[in-house]
Write a protein that binds this ligand. Structure first.
Ligand code: SF4
Length: 328
């Protein structure tokens, strides 16, 4: 495996330098900018991150600038990216970096809030020149195909591949790390759709040689998402709408959203004007929502009442509620 991987590095780096995408986080790279882009790219598509990244970095060009912002401002700047715990972690990480400087070792980077093994590897490789692999599902996929490795593509494989990559890591640490990700993003695609004809590993790849690209990776059975049926109330009183700050331990903790209940009698809050159903997928939970647009009988004191304009400018309403914004 090691010899094959070593042979695969030069064609990969050559392909990357000729075909890499022009992405905003590939310009003016700094440890802080990579921390921001990598946290944004966790669980969010490149296209969605592109726009937000530029706006975020221009609002907060340094860790100190970000650390000086309020949590509400940071949440607002993060709006649309979802998974808001990342924004809170980034804010906390910025405070640490502003105080102590950016860490210079894998362990130091890994200890920052919100940074797991993959993100720490990416930051170390791309911004610090350290030979620390970043292995996610994409990298596992391309390597299981390169090696025709039929073992289960689980966390243990990530560890194995990480150890293997560390042994062969070339001096172009950032290029190599990004090239592996780019190959997974552009060529060696998931769901049985690799574009082998354009792949720099076409002549080396064992899965391709056997005509069995789609056999890999061999995945463990996925745990099904837990389905939660919830009632969402969009209460209007005069020109204001009811919001709640979601509690610790709940999904979307710390975010402002419309009131959500497992059980509720919507008619008890006023006149029902419209009803709409929608679904939202979190990592482990699926929300099946029934949303009621209600003309409230009075301004219930347990809620915070905000105008449409305030909702648009001050409160980062999570995308889980997107379907009900049309009620505003
Ligand atoms: S040859 Fe095909 S299967 Fe093999 S690494 Fe390239 S794209 Fe993936």
């Amino acid at each position: 495996m090691q010899a094959l991987l070593r042979a695969a590095i030069p064609p990969l780096l050559a392909w990357f330098s000729a075909h890499k995408r022009d992405l905003p986080w590939r310009k003016d790279v700094s440890p802080y900018s990579v921390l921001v882009s990598e946290l944004m790219l966790q669980q969010t598509r490149v296209e969605a991150v592109k726009e937000r990244y530029v706006a975020f970095l221009s609002a907060y060009p340094t860790a100190s600038a970000l650390a000086a912002a309020s949590e509400e401002e940071v949440m607002k700047a993060w709006e649309g990216l979802g998974y808001y715990s990342r924004a809170r972690n980034l804010h906390r990480a910025a405070a640490i970096v502003a105080r102590e400087g950016f860490p210079t070792t894998f362990e130091g980077v890994r200890a920052l809030p919100g940074v797991g093994d993959y993100t720490a590897g990416a930051i170390c490789s791309i911004a610090l020149g350290l030979k620390e692999p970043a292995v996610d599902g994409n990298v596992v996929r391309i390597l299981t195909r390169l090696f025709a490795d039929g073992r289960c593509a689980d966390d243990r494989r990530k560890k194995d591949f990480s150890a293997l990559l560390k042994e062969v890591y070339p001096p172009e640490t950032g290029q190599f790390c990004e090239a592996l990700m780019e190959l997974g993003a552009l060529i060696c695609l998931p769901n049985g759709a690799p574009v082998c004809e354009k792949c720099p590993w076409k002549g080396l790849c064992r899965a391709h040689a056997a005509g069995e690209e789609t056999r890999y990776p061999v995945l463990a059975e996925k745990r099904a998402r837990r389905v939660e049926e919830v009632i969402v109330l969009v209460l209007k009183y005069g020109a204001r709408y009811a919001l709640v700050k979601r509690k610790k331990g709940e999904l979307l903790a710390g975010m402002y959203g419309f009131p959500v209940f497992e059980k509720a009698d919507p008619a008890a809050y006023g006149n029902i004007l419209a009803v709409k159903t929608a679904k939202f997928l979190f990592t482990h939970v699926e929300w099946r929502m029934t949303g009621y647009f209600i003309s409230a009988s009075h301004p219930f004191p347990e809620f915070l009442w905000a105008t449409k304009e305030e909702i648009q400018t001050q409160y980062a309403i999570p995308s889980a509620f997107r379907a009900f914004r049309s009620f505003l």
